[in-house]
Write a protein that binds this ligand. Structure first.
Ligand SMILES: CC(C)(COP(=O)(O)OP(=O)(O)OC[C@H]1O[C@@H](n2cnc3c(N)ncnc32)[C@H](O)[C@@H]1OP(=O)(O)O)[C@@H](O)C(=O)NCCC(=O)NCCS
Length: 176
């Protein structure tokens, strides 16, 4: 379904896995997650003790983006985020990230969210900086093959889930 605001966001379900894997191969050709990994992740995305939230963005029945949040205690982690190449630069990544942060601050009651990003991934770093993530460290050789370093970035969240509107809009931050 498509509307004036762009592709619809909804929770990822098991039947989305083939479409997500196709995007995964397009966007992360060197280190795409496997089908088994997605099954294991989605197994943690339901029930009272849920520790994952995976979203997909769908346009006319086609998956065009996805993102996932993992939660351990009061720390969230952006597990993955991707938008198909033909849709990049149109704000969909921001909508996906905003939705993850809204859930982290709200239902999951996280106090911080962490992520790793390849140092040479300019579009992703810009997106994270706009949402207030700041660099807290470097993981040397984190991405294999290729031996690329990862920046570890962190964003604090306010207590009480007060993020919803702010996350939808993103931020004009200069962090990082
Ligand atoms: C990172 C990613 C999810 C962003 O999604 P998106 O829908 O393009 O995001 P947005 O449209 O909200 O824009 C994000 C920023 O990147 C910029 N951008 C998007 N595509 C770009 C491109 N090809 N080259 C340069 N900048 C780009 C946008 O202008 C925007 O910058 P701004 O915040 O200064 O305005 C997307 O680029 C992607 O899927 N990349 C491949 C997978 C990946 O690297 N995921 C992140 C792993 S850590």
């Amino acid at each position: 379904m498509t509307d004036a605001e762009g592709p619809a966001l909804r929770e990822m379900r098991w039947w989305d896995i083939p479409g997500v894997l196709a995007l995964e191969k397009e966007l992360f050709p060197q280190d795409a997650w496997s089908e088994a990994t997605y099954w294991a992740e989605l197994a943690q995305a339901g029930g009272p003790g849920r520790r994952r939230l995976y979203l997909v963005a769908e346009s006319d029945g086609t998956l065009v983006g996805y993102a996932g949040l993992g939660v351990a205690g009061d720390t969230g982690e952006v597990m993955t985020i991707g938008v198909t190449a033909g849709r990049q630069g149109a704000g969909l990544g921001a909508r996906l990230l905003g939705a993850l942060l809204g859930a982290a601050a709200g239902p999951f009651a996280c106090r911080e969210v962490l992520l790793e990003v390849r140092v040479d991934n300019r579009p992703a770093r810009r997106l994270y900086q706009r949402f207030g993530f700041t660099r807290v460290g470097v993981r040397r050789g984190y991405y294999q093959p290729g031996n690329h370093d990862a920046l570890v970035m962190r964003r604090e969240l306010p207590a009480g889930g007060a993020l919803a509107n702010e996350a939808t809009e993103g931020e004009a931050g200069t962090h990082g």
